[in-house]
Design a protein around this ligand. Structure first.
Ligand SMILES: [Zn+2]
Length: 73
């Protein structure tokens, strides 16, 4: 299924695939009008959704590391 720009219906776009918190996240950028949007697991999502995902992953990661504080002096 080819993505189509929701703004100008252009079919040519830049697709950047990322992995956020072990999820496949895709950034689509329209080649014609420059609109950008995100997809997660093949579903259009708000950018805030991706940010939340990354923040949650970062938080759980740091929480895991917190148990043993390392001293570097
Ligand atoms: Zn467009």
């Amino acid at each position: 299924m080819e993505p189509v720009c929701p703004v100008c219906r252009e079919r040519e776009m830049v697709i950047i695939q990322l992995e956020v918190a072990d999820r496949d996240v895709t950034l689509l950028s329209c080649a014609a009008c420059g609109s950008r949007w995100w997809r997660r697991d093949g579903i259009d999502v708000e950018v805030g959704n991706v940010v939340d995902l990354a923040a949650a992953a970062a938080a759980s990661g740091s929480r895991r590391r917190k148990g043993r504080p390392s001293r570097t002096a």
